[in-house]
Design a protein around this ligand. Structure first.
Ligand code: NAG
Length: 643
């Protein structure tokens, strides 16, 4: 508990500091900036003449490392369907959301583990990549094609060991499926078959439903609106953008994996697990998915057309653009970097976010290399979309469903006084709720779950919103904090529509909404979110509403009079917890960085080994890497490996 409090205090102090740089980073883009959304390049440019991908030998027999499969006949993105999250399957949603009292959960949680993998040493893929580079270079003759440098693409036994680490650290009863997403190429000119890449050590003859190998053709999809009439099923589109050599493009298509479990655990082939883990380290039906966020690392926004500073092929341009997208939908602010380790995502929310930004996701899929186009970072998008939707749901429930008691969409004088009750002083003390590892364990036991093995929960969505702007009143007592709310500014009496007030407080002046949340959390008592909710007998519309898929808050729709059940379900849908785990990260730039591997990973539960080598490892360095693998998984052979 002490740790948690310290983190939270650190967080609010930090956000005060960040508030200062706020205005600076959110200037309007220069007026000569390219228009957003960008004109769709696939529609507006004719393809380069020599783009025949890949080399197409008529394979007599399937070469090692490949397996034939029948490609889909359509590459159109499927319409969005609202699916419940794991948290929404909890039977006692009202009691949990309003009072923080859990009940038994009888289902077993199931996680789908997904890896993306490209064999960087595979000559067929190499040749394919070279052709794409050559085709893209026709206009910009000697300028190297962005993202095509080869450092992103070498293999040093990461994949087999990443999978072993999963096998060793996570009980297989917790895993519904192990899914591998890899590249594929045409088998011949007929396109009846394609060849999918398969790690040579993987035993695909195993008739085991728990292991599934899928390929880029199985998930790369585009909206019909982005296709020329002549390509009604997207086949020509597929030929231009599959296989992809861009991890952001590949990740952007994860929402198109069919029949995912509600919890997805995503690993790059450079992610490893080094300690035993339990469901509580991934997602539980009461606390939601566990997000690992580096709270001291700011992600600012970059509007389309603004210049990119630093490494154009690194992850920052995509993060900054994605933050800008979130700004348009939820209000301007800096958000925080996701820790560079494997990630838990709620699959239904990932699909929802992908539907909101369908055009941007499709545009990302078409960037075959890093650093081209405006790329969305799907992991960052989904995580912050969940957090922002939770905040939005709290404010929506309070203003549009609770304060507007007669559900007529207009705040009468009396209703307005409910709204601003207790806010007159303008100074709202931040009272941190006491929550301890002990109460987490107790609550989880009541739902039939074990405590997380390697995660300390540091921020619960039922604590409010993690990025509030606060003022420290007393330097000596770091717990004496307040936020400020200007009633006239936040709730101008000229606005009477509950929708207008909600949008102003939630998005236009996000600091108003942030502080209102602080106020209502303390009114809700020790646990739960009761002060946000309409009463049990509140008028309630009969038809439930699907989430609005608009990508700006101005266009998003919100309905009055939806009632209590709708409110608690909405809040529960976006429930999450921020967790701290022992983590480690090593960027391999020079070979000798390998020497630090053993040390840096010593106490880590989650580890990432980022290969950014400028030259190949020499033998002694390779041996070091081998020794590290052997140290952790030397005695282990997973059932999916060939003899
Ligand atoms: C990658 O491709 C190369 C060349 O075909 C092959 O020798 C190597 O075994 C492959 N790696 C894996 C893990 O399949």
């Amino acid at each position: 508990m002490r740790l948690r409090r310290r983190n939270a205090v650190f967080l609010v102090v930090l956000s005060t500091f960040i508030g200062v740089s706020f205005f600076w980073t959110h200037r309007e883009p220069p007026s000569n900036a390219p228009k957003y959304p960008p004109p769709h390049p696939y529609l507006h440019k004719s393809p380069p003449p020599n783009l025949i991908i890949p080399p197409k030998p008529a394979y007599g027999e399937v070469p090692p490392g490949w397996r034939p499969f029948r490609p889909p006949t359509s590459y159109l993105v499927k319409p969005f369907v609202v699916e419940p999250t794991l948290t929404q399957r909890l039977a006692c949603v009202d009691q949990w959301v309003s009072r923080g009292e859990p009940c038994e959960f009888t289902e077993r949680p199931q996680v789908d583990v997904v890896w993306t993998w490209v064999n960087g040493s595979e000559p067929v893929l190499d040749a394919t990549r070279n052709r794409v580079v050559a085709a893209q270079s026709t206009t910009t003759a000697r300028i190297p094609v962005r993202g095509s440098r080869t450092t992103h693409f070498r293999e040093h036994g990461e994949m087999v060991n990443s999978m072993r680490s999963m096998r060793k650290s996570v009980p297989s009863s917790l895993v519904r499926k192990y899914i591998l997403l890899t590249a594929d190429v045409p088998a011949d000119d007929t396109e009846e078959l394609r060849l999918g890449s398969v790690p040579i050590w993987l035993d695909t003859s195993q008739q085991n439903d728990q292991l599934q190998v899928i390929h880029h053709s199985d998930v790369f999809r585009t909206p019909e609106s982005s296709l020329p009439v002549s390509d009604s099923q997207g086949l020509a589109w597929r030929d231009r953008f599959v296989p992809s050599f861009n991890s952001l493009a590949i990740e952007s298509q994860l929402p198109n994996i069919e029949n995912l479990a509600p919890t997805m655990f995503y690993l790059n082939d450079d992610c490893f697990l080094l300690k035993p883990l339990s469901a509580g380290d991934f997602e539980t039906p009461i606390y939601g998915p566990v997000f690992r966020i580096q709270m001291d690392l700011n992600v600012k926004s970059r509007p389309p057309g603004a210049p990119v500073r630093g490494d154009k092929e690194g992850e920052w341009p995509g993060l900054a653009f994605t933050n800008w997208l979130l700004d348009q939908r939820f209000g301007l602010r800096n958000r925080r970097y996701l820790s560079h380790v494997a990630k838990t995502l709620p699959a239904p929310i990932m699909r929802e976010a992908a539907a909101v930004w369908a055009a941007d996701i499709a545009n990302t899929a078409e960037a075959r290399f890093r650093g081209q186009r405006l790329q969305v970072n799907l992991m960052f998008l989904t995580t912050w979309y969940t957090i922002e939707k939770h905040r939005e749901s709290l404010l929506y429930s309070f203003i549009m469903l609770r304060a507007d008691a007669d559900a007529d969409g207009v705040l009468s004088r009396a209703e307005r006084s409910t709204l601003i009750d207790g806010l007159d002083s303008g100074k709202i003390p931040v009272a941190l709720r006491a929550s301890s590892a002990h109460s987490v364990e107790q609550n989880l036991r009541r739902v039939g779950f074990e405590a997380p093995e390697q995660t300390e929960y540091t921020w619960f969505s039922s604590d409010g919103y993690p990025l509030i702007d606060t003022v420290q009143t007393n330097v000596k007592d770091s717990s004496a904090q307040h936020c400020t709310i200007d009633v006239k500014e936040c709730f101008p009496s000229i606005l009477s529509s509950s929708l207008d007030i909600f949008k102003r407080v939630a998005f236009e002046h996000p600091e108003c909404g942030d502080c209102l949340i602080v106020h209502l959390i303390s009114r809700s008592g020790k646990a739960g979110l009761d002060a946000f909710l309409p009463p049990m007998n509140a008028p309630s519309a009969s038809a439930a509403q699907a989430p609005s898929l608009a990508n700006t808050w101005q266009d998003a729709t919100f309905f009055s009079g939806m009632g209590r059940e709708y409110a608690v379900n909405l809040i529960q849908r976006y429930t999450y917890v921020i967790g701290n785990s022992p983590m480690g990260f090593l960027a391999l730039r020079r070979g000798r960085d390998v020497l630090r591997l053993m040390d840096l990973s010593k106490s880590a539960a989650f580890f990432a080994l980022n290969d950014d080598l400028q030259r190949e490892l020499v033998t002694t360095e390779e041996q070091k890497l081998e020794a590290w693998y052997k140290h952790h998984w030397g005695g282990l052979r997973a059932w999916w490996e060939k003899n």
